[in-house]
Design a protein around this ligand. Structure first.
Ligand SMILES: Cc1cc2nc3c(=O)[nH]c(=O)nc-3n(C[C@H](O)[C@H](O)[C@H](O)COP(=O)(O)OP(=O)(O)OC[C@H]3O[C@@H](n4cnc5c(N)ncnc54)[C@H](O)[C@@H]3O)c2cc1C
Ligand SMILES: C[S@@+](CC[C@H](N)C(=O)[O-])C[C@H]1O[C@@H](n2cnc3c(N)ncnc32)[C@H](O)[C@@H]1O
Length: 671
């Protein structure tokens, strides 16, 4: 089933002031109190409450995962957060909730205003509240110890895409008679597939149909005293009598199954490369308590592709909202949230105007955003007159306005990420890794004189194009170098009216970004495939001036290519322009290769990559690092499984295997 455009919840209350949904004709929580209901039904029902005699169930060293149907006002989430804080934050906590009709931020703020004791937590939730577009949105709180994954969309289409192991379920739809979809087997079966033998559930409903479905799926249920005017509620423990029938029933709803993990358990990693990829994955692992040793051949981080003074934060759009566009959007939105909370990053969410190339492109932009029905706060079309008013300059066409896009200084982002990781990241600058070797317990790395540099159970290659030299066998990654040169324009810093937003057309122009010595705009960038030459070129400065003139007609007049300073960097991109994030495939014999599928393909235990960030590393790096860290720690993935598959580093390997198999079958048949 395709995901329909998101329709936000309409905010209303009953005469008594209880939040009410006109769409479902039901109240969001018991009239006897939403917070008390959350504590009685969901927290105590799942035995998560702490007492003198019983510590809460989340007293263990693995992250505890709660999965909810229906985020609504977030009362269950906020009450759980509060209870977990009161218990002393005993473990990392994941809260995942699926919501078909999320509230707009203002409405959510109004609805939560009545819960005074939740105010400090509600304020933090509202600050990070995502723009209302379908898909997974991951938010971090309390020094990354609490992770909220909000899944916007219909539970029936979204839950089969979730890769997680749940410890407790909160089933919280509207009354089953008014909201049958959320209690249907199409929701309960994929939920159950994510459970294990210690998983519990709680719900305020004791409806007969619900009980029968849950029991058929393998849940042992118990009726307990309900909350407020409800006489009874339901709790359950997953206790499947593993019957053939049950397996088949679950499998029918199993679009994807969580990947089996046979990864080393010791939380120690070597990371090679201190650009955006290496800094981002170092920080994500350090936040999870890993010891990280980061090796970089330069004396400082961010000296290669990640060394420009400013890059643009902008997602691509496609008319059909292709999976790759959905992936880029998720990454872009996550990157913006991370940038807003990381201290020390030079960035600005000043907005990006993507000016149309010509009238046809302008028409395409207009119809695309109208058809996709994406939230205005994410993107909308503005015509030429509005665009000129916004920018304060003469332009050629209207364009797409991304109000929260902007620019970031990637060097400052690398530094901020590394300092956020703290002492768990040990940096080793000025040393190049020359070779890897697999051992019984993991991997060893060696320098060019064959000296052992370090060993660890996990190695992550985050060294862009140079990763190909370190592969233990020739895995097809399809990486190619793409040379890019940017030009710096100090004069634009003093222009009137001042440039306040990022402008893009065939190239891009940033507002003045300061470095230590001066303030300048960046215009770029050239794009030369299979070219790794780092020398600055006059013709590329001239090309950038053409890009400038196209963006702001007439503005290149005062510049000459001869006098421009700039910077050259080498992007590293794959054949399908999507990054590579995950564990590398193991080398197979040709016989084994004929039998593998993406699910059964063996992996090279402990050898992972974050590569191929191409021309959009500033939006890719943060979420893909979170994805890789989640995979390594066996935590819920922050992305839909089909989107995570797009960036599987084994994809080209599998294509190559399939081609070889098909052609050998063809040869046999022709004999
Ligand atoms: C001109 C230009 C403009 C761009 N504009 C934008 C933009 O506007 N928006 C955007 O999102 N993205 C942009 N990008 C892309 C973005 O900069 C890259 O995708 C990103 O920086 C790549 O980060 P990385 O960590 O993968 O690679 P790098 O930053 O290249 O880092 C790899 C690191 O690995 C180190 N290394 C390599 N081999 C070894 C070894 N054997 N031992 C130790 N260390 C090693 C290297 O020294 C390097 O520091 C642009 C890129 C260029 C070149
Ligand atoms: C009773 S409210 C949830 C209250 C919430 N748990 C809280 O703590 O505030 C039920 C929620 O389920 C959502 N919902 C209804 N049908 C859904 C579906 N098919 N998929 C996902 N969410 C759905 C509604 O929009 C509503 O927000």
């Amino acid at each position: 089933m395709e995901e329909a455009p998101l329709v936000p919840a309409a905010f209303a209350t009953t005469r008594e002031g209880t939040p009410f949904s006109p769409t479902f004709d039901d109240v969001y929580h018991s009239v006897n109190g939403g917070l008390a209901q959350a504590r009685h039904v969901f927290i105590a029902g799942n035995k998560l409450h702490e007492s003198v005699f019983k510590p809460a169930r989340w007293q263990h060293d693995h992250p505890f995962v709660i999965l909810e149907t229906g985020f609504g006002l977030g009362l269950n989430f906020l009450a759980t957060w509060q209870a977990w804080q009161a218990a002393g934050k005993p473990c990392r906590l994941h809260f995942i909730s699926v919501e078909k009709h999320p509230f707009r931020r203002d409405d959510l703020a109004r609805a939560l205003a009545g819960f005074v004791e939740l105010e400090p937590l509600a304020t933090q939730l509202l600050k990070q509240w995502p723009v209302l577009v379908s898909g997974f949105h991951r938010l971090h709180f309390d020094d990354n110890k609490l992770t909220l994954t909000l899944i916007f969309g219909d539970a029936q289409t979204q839950l089969p895409k979730l890769n997680a192991r749940a410890d407790a379920l909160y089933l919280d739809g509207f009354a089953p008679a008014k909201n049958p979809d959320l209690w249907a087997p199409e929701v309960l079966a994929p939920l159950t597939r994510l459970c294990h033998s210690a998983t519990t559930l709680a719900t305020w409903s004791v409806a007969g149909g619900l009980r029968r479905t849950l029991e058929q799926l393998g849940w042992a249920l118990e009726r307990r005293p309900g909350f407020g005017d409800k006489r009874e509620m339901l709790t359950g423990r997953y206790a499947p009598a593993v019957s053939h029938h049950l397996r088949r029933q679950q499998a029918a709803f199993t679009a994807v199954s969580p990947a089996p993990t046979s990864l080393p358990t010791q939380r120690k990693a070597i990371i090679i490369g201190a650009g955006l990829a290496g800094a981002a994955i170092s920080e994500r692992l350090a936040q999870r308590g890993w010891q990280v040793e980061l090796f970089e051949r330069h004396p400082e981080p961010a000296q290669e592709a990640s060394g420009n003074p400013a890059g643009v934060l902008l997602p691509p759009l496609t008319k059909d909202d292709a999976p790759a566009a959905q992936l880029a959007r998720a990454c872009y939105l996550y990157a913006l949230r991370r940038l807003a909370e990381l201290p020390g990053v030079r960035y600005s969410p000043c907005g990006v105007l993507h000016i149309a190339h010509d009238p046809e492109h302008e028409a395409w932009q207009k119809t695309t955003v109208a058809e996709l029905e994406l939230a205005e706060e994410f993107v909308h079309f503005i015509d030429l007159a509005k665009a000129e008013t916004l920018i304060g300059q003469t332009l050629a066409h209207g364009g797409l306005w991304f109000p929260t896009g902007g620019w970031v200084d990637p060097r400052s982002l690398c530094t901020a990420l590394l300092s956020a990781g703290g002492e768990r990241i040990r940096t080793r600058y000025g040393v190049a890794v020359n070779r890897l070797e697999q051992t019984n317990g993991g991997w060893q790395i060696f320098d060019s004189a064959n000296n052992l540099m370090a060993s660890a159970p996990h190695v992550i290659l985050a060294n862009a194009q140079a990763a190909e030299n370190l592969l233990p066998y020739p895995v097809p990654l399809t990486l190619i170098p793409i040379r890019g040169q940017v030009s710096f324009l100090p004069e634009l810093a003093t222009s009137h009216p001042p440039l306040r937003h990022v402008l893009c057309r065939t190239g891009y122009l940033t507002p003045p970004a300061s470095n230590m010595a001066c303030s300048f705009s960046t215009v770029g960038a050239s794009f030369d495939r299979h070219d790794s030459n780092l020398q600055s070129r006059l013709e590329d400065h001239a090309g950038n001036l053409l890009r400038l003139d196209e963006i702001l007609p007439g503005s290149a007049k005062g510049f000459s290519a001869e006098n421009l300073a700039g910077r050259v960097g080498i992007r590293s991109a794959t054949r399908d322009h999507l990054p590579l994030a995950g564990t590398l495939p193991a080398q197979l014999t040709s016989r084994q290769a004929t039998q593998v599928t993406p699910k059964t393909l063996p992996r090279l235990a402990g050898l992972h990559v974050l590569l191929g960030l191409g021309a959009r590393g500033m939006i890719w790096a943060p979420l893909l690092a979170e994805l890789l860290a989640s995979q390594l720690c066996d935590e819920p993935l922050p992305l839909e499984q089909p989107l995570a598959r797009l960036i599987d580093p084994a994809r080209f390997y599998l294509h190559a295997q399939r081609r070889t198999t098909n052609s050998s079958v063809g040869r046999k048949e022709n004999r």
